[in-house]
Design a protein around this ligand. Structure first.
Ligand code: LLP
Length: 454
């Protein structure tokens, strides 16, 4: 089993030598580290795999929360997908990328009046209504402009997805959507159908993220179909659309077993077809909203090793120039990643063929014990200052959740393909980080000598 790097990755023994036709040494020299690298071919192949697996009748919408930058959304738009946004910032990014607004789906459990008004003004394709309060707001906007707003209603189907509890969203008692189990979902649809300001096109659900089995997806799809039948029975309306969310898991390490895009599509569409037939309703138009499984495996992060610390009897630590500020997932979810040596060996001059290995913990540079990139990885024995490391599958929810913790500037991001690298995000500087600080008027306070007691 090989580590889950993009399909263009070229190895020299265990070392990552190049990606997208560009040597990783060149990338690090030209753009610095930490560096997010996206592989264009992997990304495009994944978008096409989704469209092929689901077929022309299904709409594929990229969940931009996974990675939302202008250049990426330009590529997503060019490939014909839609985009799911959850804030004014993501919406503006889609607008800046020239995304056709009719292909934008607007999500969120607490969209502000301003965000909703912007979305309606810009003409987004669907607003996914998450609460009765929001239904009021959207209906009022539609009534005011005299043209109903096309909406879906988000339903909590009561399905516990097998994933980390922080990213499971389909069970009862989460903040998202209208619960099915209490009857609230059906009541909400009935209420929405009675409002002239909204045009209820269908239902939405999303049960969670990084899901590695198909059962939950299929159960949620069937539950949504049954609700569609209940709506037909109670309100004499056949809802046209079912948006079944995203959530397909990816391999982060060579040992992770995941469901293929083909099997996911087969299972999901099979469940919809079977339940729709059982209910005797015409077919619905299905949408899926993958985020991670489109961009995650297309990304990797390059770091430079700074300090190596041998603690006999305990561990050997290799500390890199980034960490939890560019990838929060290990600290937040206990996520595991695959790390390999990259480029030419600098510390020892060891070659791929001769290098012995040892176990390392790879740590970030932040002031926190949980700031660990990976705890137990096999890397060259002679690893030292200046060596490059590459972490696989960091394309999703890395930059998206990056911070300036410890006032560390966020990394640059490039996209590679056919031997070229293009900049997607320029590297922040410390001045960028400082640029929002406002010093108190009057300059530095007159300094007093330090004493222990005030
Ligand atoms: N649709 C909706 C309504 C969502 O809330 C999400 C993800 C998706 C689609 C896309 O899910 P995906 O295909 O990417 O699994 N920060 C977490 C993941 C949070 C997911 C939030 N919603 C992580 O790093 O694992």
């Amino acid at each position: 089993m090989t580590p889950p790097f993009p399909r263009t990755a070229v190895f020299d023994g265990p070392r990552l030598a190049a990606v997208g036709g560009v040597a990783v040494d060149e990338l690090a020299a030209a753009w610095g580290t930490p560096l997010y690298v996206l592989d264009r071919r992997e990304l495009v192949a994944r978008m096409r795999a989704y469209r092929r697996a689901f077929g022309d009748d299904v709409t594929v919408v990229y969940a931009a929360k996974a990675l939302c930058v202008v250049g990426l959304l330009q590529l997503v738009a060019a490939d014909g997908l839609g985009v799911d946004v959850t804030s004014a910032g993501e919406l503006r990014t889609a607008e800046r990328a020239g995304f056709p607004m009719a292909r934008v789906v607007f999500h969120g459990n607490n969209k502000s009046h301003g965000e909703l008004a912007d979305a309606v003004r810009l003409g987004v394709g669907r607003i996914v209504v998450d609460s009765l309060a929001e239904l009021e707001r959207v209906a009022a906007l539609g009534e005011r402009r005299g043209d109903p707003v096309a909406v879906l209603l988000r339903v909590t189907p009561g399905i516990a997805a097998s994933t980390h509890e922080f990213i499971a969203t389909g069970h009862d008692d989460v903040k998202f959507g209208f619960p099915l189990s209490t009857g609230m979902a059906l009541d909400a649809v009935a209420a929405a159908l009675g409002r002239p300001g909204v045009d209820v096109r269908g239902l939405h659900c999303h049960i969670g993220s990084q899901i590695t089995a198909t059962g939950g997806f299929e159960a949620a799809a069937a539950a949504l179909c049954r609700l569609r039948a209940d709506v037909h029975a109670c309100c004499a309306t056949i809802l046209d659309e079912l948006n079944l969310g995203g959530g397909l898991g990816i391999a982060y390490t060579r040992d992770d077993e995941v469901v293929s895009i083909d099997d996911y599509a087969r299972g999901l569409l099979g469940a919809v077809r079977a339940q729709t037939a059982a209910d005797g309703l015409p077919a619905a138009r299905v949408t899926v909203e993958p985020g991670r499984s489109l961009v995650g495996p297309a990304g990797l992060t390059l770091y430079t090793v700074g300090t190596v610390k041998h603690e006999p009897g305990l561990r050997t630590w290799a500390s890199v120039d980034g960490g939890m500020s560019d990838n929060l997932r290990p600290a937040l979810y206990g996520a595991r990643y695959e790390v390999v040596a990259a480029g030419a060996a600098r510390a020892s001059g060891a070659t791929a063929a001769t290098a012995a290995t040892r176990r390392y913990a790879v740590a970030g540079k932040h002031c926190e014990t949980g700031d660990v990139v990976a705890t137990d990885v096999e890397l060259p024995d002679e690893l030292g200052e200046g060596d490059l490391l590459a972490v696989a599958a960091t394309g999703a929810y890395g930059y998206a959740m990056a911070s300036n913790y410890n006032r560390v500037p966020r990394p640059a991001m490039v996209i590679v393909g056919d031997g070229h690298a293009d900049l997607l995000v320029r590297r922040e500087t410390v001045d960028d980080v400082l640029s929002h600080d406002v010093a108190l008027p009057g300059g530095p306070a007159a300094s007093r000598p330090y004493t222990a007691r005030p």
